[in-house]
Design a protein around this ligand. Structure first.
Ligand code: HEC
Length: 107
């Protein structure tokens, strides 16, 4: 009996942890909520500019370049200093969040 309980327990735990540890592809909104929300809001000014404003003036590629290396990009984007932190994101995450930002064009 004890053995049975133990193996059920083990099975449950391994199911549970495999769900947590297999990194699933985040949607643009989830990437935003995970990495950007503290500093950017969709349409309101926060510490960083709102997505609606970014979408109005940047391309898909420019947005991803800024996420990869704000320190390298801030001058060409017209900023005097770079306050955005360099975030560890995957290419899929950057593509998803760039699409999400561009969906705020005109809003
Ligand atoms: C620590 C705060 C912070 C975080 C976190 C952050 N940003 Fe920023 N971001 C800023 C600030 C401040 C600026 C204004 C330029 C600067 O200081 O670097 C900015 C600028 C940008 C720009 C360029 C704005 C323009 O002029 O077009 C883009 C694009 C951008 N952020 C995207 C993102 C995305 C996407 C995320 C999440 C993956 C993110 N940022 C996370 C603070 C942040």
């Amino acid at each position: 009996m004890q053995r049975y309980i133990l193996s059920v327990l083990f099975f449950t735990i391994s199911l549970y942890s495999s769900e947590i540890y297999t990194k699933k592809q985040l949607t643009g909104k989830e990437v935003f909520e995970t990495y950007c929300w503290g500093c950017h809001h969709q349409t309101a000014m926060a510490f960083g500019p709102p997505f609606s404003e970014i979408a109005a003036k940047r391309t898909y590629e420019e947005i991803q370049a800024y996420i990869i290396d704000p320190e390298l990009m801030y001058k060409s984007f017209g900023y005097k200093r770079s306050a955005m932190s360099k975030l560890k994101t995957t290419q899929e995450e950057r593509e998803a969040v760039a699409k999400y930002i561009l969906s705020y064009k005109g809003k």
